[in-house]
Every structure is written in structure tokens, then in C-alpha cells.
Design a protein around this ligand. Structure first.
Ligand code: 5MM
Length: 363
């Protein structure tokens, strides 16, 4: 299908993914940001939400080596940095592209604990407005709980969400926004890795069936999804290499090679766990070779990029620089992991010291 914005979409995908870059998910809705701030007694005001994003975006520009795109919540498209630039202008100036969360949250499916993502109404108009404000990609998320006893994810939830994700992807491409299609198969729960793999297989199969049925251009989208792993409360003993193998087996069975990149979410796993899992996936992918793992395998983390930074900041202006250092460190760690080059936090710290020393002596 001919797309009016075809060349622009190609260019956006290229910026988002070049040299193993990942995405920074700074798109917490007002309610979610409230939960994050509450832990540190930070008021959930528009100014604090703006200021937090500005702190991260004005970190050492070194972080832009790791990040190709920044996902904002709609509120942030209109907010300005202290120097007067809008946040999308600041992001563009740093050589990255702006994305925007285009779903409008979740609505419950009658009689179940499952949900369907919202936001199809007037999506064309909203996308045109976001594009005008500087966004070049969009992200929308459907959420799937895993619970075998309840039969979740149910066929009904899978079908409705797959249809809606695909319809949103089609509209976004039509309006010049690269769709980042996010089916999140939740990590919350006690499920085993096999049960999670089974849920991922069903969801990813349905999502790609719908994307193809609705003629979404698979070369001009990104899949954002979960790594295949046991639930956060599972007692199953698993090592990162198992997660890597299960994730790649499941992706290979369901995700077409035409998709340029898979960017994983962190899903509630700790920062270093998430980085280790991503690294193991890339090590295993390198062993399998391009024919068996054809996509770039990178990250689109929210909590696993911002967690330690927000803890360091805790709303205190005196801590902003330390918070920025934490953010840059997570960006670097995950960029290494996206290449299978992460060797743990000690090696990362040693490398940072060597890097700073080289800068001090002018090399
Ligand atoms: C930043 O959180 C995003 C928006 O969530 P809400 O709609 O709940 O505010 C979310 O889509 C995020 O991009 C993904 O879930 C990935 O985040 P994690 O923390 O799992 O890496």
C-alpha cells in the first residue's frame, strides 16, 4: 500500500533504531506519574511532571548515543524546557525523535479482569495534531494478564486488543507517525516461563495476523513487548540464558522478519535484571545468526531507565545532577546490552571512570 508519509516513516525508523539505540519511555500518564512520585512524596503537579522530563532530557548528551526516540505523554508535547524550547524541539535538537502515547488507557471487558485499550475515536485528528507538534512516532499499549486458572489471556481479550492495536497502527502510519505496537503480556503473577511463553505466542500471533489483515506496513513499525519470563512472584528458578532462549524461540514462531526492531519493556523487573535479560537475548541472537533472529533487539524501558534516577532525585534540586548520572548510566548499560556487550555493573563503573579520566586529560 502506498503511504503518503512513506519516506518520512523510513527516516523516523532509521533514527529510532540506528546503531542499536533504544527508546526512553517517559510517557507515564498523570495517574501513573502520581504513583511514581508518591513513593518520594513529590507533588503530582504539571510543573513537577514537566521538570522531571527536563531533568532527564538535559542529562549529559552522552545518553543520546543510546537513545533514538523519547516517548512522551500528550501533556509533555506542549511543555517547554527552561530555555523556552518545547520538549519535542529539545529532543529534535539532541538528534532524537519524539514519540507520543496515543492510547487513552484501558477499559474493562464485561465480567472479566481483562481490559481493552481505548483511543480509536478521532485518532486521525489527534495524530495530525501530534505530528504538527513535532511527534514522529506513536506508542499504544494493550495489557494482557496471565492466569491459566482463569483462562487469561482469553480469546476474546486477545481478539479485541489485536484488532484495536492493528487499527491504531494503520491510522498512525496514515498520519506520518511510526507505530510502536505494544502488547504487554504482564509479568505480574506466579506463572511459569512456559505459561508466559504460551500467552505471548497467542497474543503475538493474533497481533501479527491483524496487522497483516489491515495491511499495516511491517517495515515501518516497531514491536514493543515483554521478554518471555516467569512471573514476578513465581518461584521457578530460571537464568537469563533460559529467558533469552524462550524469548527468541517465541518471537521466531510469531514475528515476521520484516519488522525492523523489537524493543522490550521492563515490566517491573529490576533495573539490572532487565539489562541482564536484554544482554542474554542479544548474546543468544548472535549465536543464532541473522537468519534466525532477524530483528534489532533493543529496549523501550520506563521503570528500568528511570527508577534509580528518580530515587536519587526524590524531588530535591540538590540531587538533580546525581539523578542525571543514574539515568545516563542506565542508558549506557542498556545500549551495551542491546549489542550483547554488557558485562555487569562493576565493568560499567570502571569503564565510566576510564572515560571521564580520558576526557580530563583531553583524549
Ligand atoms: C511509562 O509507562 C507507560 C505508560 O503507562 P500508563 O499508561 O500506565 O501511564 C507504559 O506504556 C510503558 O511505556 C511500558 O509499560 C513500559 O514500561 P516499563 O516500566 O514496563 O518498562
Amino acid at each position: 500500500m502506498m503511504l503518503e508519509f512513506g519516506k518520512e516513516l523510513d527516516n523516523t525508523v532509521q533514527i529510532m533504531t540506528r546503531n542499536y539505540r533504544g527508546l526512553a519511555a517517559l510517557d507515564e500518564s498523570v495517574g501513573t506519574m502520581g504513583k511514581r512520585f508518591l513513593a518520594f512524596d513529590i507533588d503530582n503537579t504539571a510543573e513537577n511532571r514537566r521538570h522531571w522530563r527536563e531533568i532527564l532530557l538535559t542529562s549529559s548528551p552522552e545518553f543520546t548515543i543510546a537513545i533514538g526516540g523519547v516517548i512522551l505523554f500528550t501533556e509533555q508535547l506542549d511543555q517547554r524546557a527552561d530555555d523556552g524550547k518545547t520538549l519535542p524541539e529539545l529532543i529534535q535538537e539532541l538528534g532524537m525523535v519524539t514519540g507520543v502515547k496515543t492510547d487513552l488507557g484501558q477499559a474493562s471487558i464485561a465480567g472479566t479482569d481483562e481490559t481493552v485499550l481505548q483511543g480509536l475515536d478521532k485518532l486521525h485528528e489527534r495524530c495530525r495534531t501530534y505530528h504538527h507538534k513535532g511527534a514522529r512516532f506513536s506508542k499504544f499499549r494493550a495489557i494482557f494478564p496471565v492466569d491459566e486458572a482463569k483462562g487469561y489471556p482469553s480469546a476474546r481479550a486477545v481478539y479485541i486488543n489485536a484488532f484495536t492495536l492493528a487499527r491504531m497502527a494503520s491510522i498512525c502510519q496514515q498520519c506520518g507517525l511510526v507505530p510502536v505496537v505494544e502488547p504487554e503480556i504482564l509479568a505480574n503473577g506466579t506463572h511459569t516461563i512456559e505459561q508466559h511463553a504460551n500467552a505471548c505466542t497467542r497474543v503475538w500471533t493474533a497481533v501479527f495476523d491483524e496487522l497483516k489483515a489491515q495491511e499495516v506496513d511491517l517495515t515501518r513499525m516497531i514491536l514493543k513487548t515483554s521478554m518471555v519470563a516467569p512471573g514476578l512472584d513465581s518461584t521457578q528458578h530460571i537464568i537469563p540464558a533460559d529467558i533469552a532462549q524462550m524469548t527468541l524461540n517465541t518471537l521466531m514462531a510469531t514475528v515476521p522478519a520484516a519488522v525492523p526492531a523489537v524493543c522490550f519493556l521492563s515490566g517491573g523487573f529490576k533495573e539490572q535484571e532487565s539489562t541482564g535479560m536484554l544482554n542474554a537475548i542479544n548474546l543468544h541472537a548472535a549465536r543464532l545468526g541473522k537468519a534466525n533472529a532477524p530483528w534489532q533487539l533493543s529496549f523501550s524501558f520506563a521503570r528500568a531507565l528511570q527508577g534509580s534516577a528518580m530515587k536519587a532525585w526524590a524531588g530535591n534540586p540538590a540531587n538533580e545532577e546525581t539523578a542525571q548520572q543514574c539515568f545516563v548510566k542506565r542508558c549506557r548499560a542498556n545500549h551495551l546490552a542491546a549489542q550483547g556487550l554488557y558485562k555487569g555493573e562493576d565493568a560499567l563503573d570502571r569503564e565510566t571512570k576510564a572515560h571521564v579520566f580520558a576526557e580530563l586529560i583531553g583524549r
